[in-house]
Design a protein around this ligand. Structure first.
Ligand code: 13P
Ligand code: ZN
Length: 269
């Protein structure tokens, strides 16, 4: 069977980027079993031939109405599929979905009838929100980064911007490359619409949000950039933990140093 990626270099590039990031997530130890999921809005790569493709699944309900997603297409990791498999065989462990005109349901159109991730309500709700505000962001990544999740087991790091301040102060690049900081969402059932709604709300102020005792969710222009934001944050968490395991509380950069850096890099306060 012909793959939807054939003779479509733009679309193939997007899917290959997802596969590359999926490999990184596995190598980092953040993707046990089927842990984590990725979705990318690929509508800009969709041509008339793709629009005419017959569905290869029945019509499935999203569980909410997404008024801005009418006629959009997404590449999604499959539910219960492994990141390490997505890395090698993206079209066997993920699929392309088309949002139908009712904005509340979708069909799978390629290459295999792989059911999309159980976190679809969060991912699609976020894409719907991003389009509604005219954002250039096209990718969302959810993963289980060990050290950042560990921090959410302490109530002090669940308070607004406490974790952000500690993480930003571990190494100057963290604020430079994750300038909006880390939002916190109190524990909610995985895959729930409540978790999706809380994520959308928190993304008004942050590009990256923690799901307490579960994982992280980030958005950016593409999947590589969304991964990078998580990567720099977790690097800071590792530095914090390294200092703690050497037996001391790390000083962190001073307020003065943070201020100087924010001015030099033209970052928000
Ligand atoms: P899926 O396999 O359905 O994508 O779920 C993985 C996960 O991390 C749920 O939060
Ligand atoms: Zn998860």
């Amino acid at each position: 069977m012909k793959s939807i990626l054939e003779n479509r270099p733009g679309l193939a590039h997007e899917v290959n980027q997802v596969a590359e990031v999926a490999g990184y997530l596995w190598q980092k130890g953040w993707a046990e079993r089927n842990g984590g999921n990725i979705t990318v809005n690929i509508t800009e790569y969709v041509d008339d031939e793709i629009r005419a493709l017959a569905p290869i699944s029945e019509v499935k309900q999203i569980g909410a109405v997404m008024p801005h997603l009418k006629g959009c297409y997404f590449f999604c990791k499959g539910t219960n599929k492994r990141m390490r498999d997505l890395a090698r065989w993206p079209m066997e462990n993920g699929s392309v979905i088309r949002i139908l005109d009712d904005c509340a349901s979708y069909v799978i159109i390629a290459d295999n009838p792989v059911a999309p991730t159980s976190e679809l309500p969060s991912h699609l709700g976020v894409h719907n929100y991003l389009i509604s505000i005219g954002s250039p962001y096209k990718a969302s990544v959810h993963t289980h980064p060990i050290e950042l999740i560990a921090m959410t087991h302490s109530p002090k790091f669940l308070e607004k911007d406490v974790a952000t301040k500690v993480l930003w102060s571990m190494i100057p690049e963290t604020k430079a490359f994750c300038p909006r900081g880390l939002g916190i969402i109190p524990y909610k059932l995985p895959s729930s619409v409540e978790l999706g709604n809380a994520t959308i709300k928190e993304l008004e102020d942050y590009d990256v949000v923690m799901w307490e005792k579960h994982g992280i969710f980030s958005v950016d222009v593409d999947v590589m950039a969304a991964f990078d934001q998580i990567d720099v944050l977790n690097k800071s968490a590792l530095i914090y933990i390294a200092a703690k395991s050497m037996g001391f509380e790390p000083d962190g950069m001073s307020d003065e140093q943070m201020k100087e850096m924010s001015v030099a890099f033209n970052l928000p306060k």
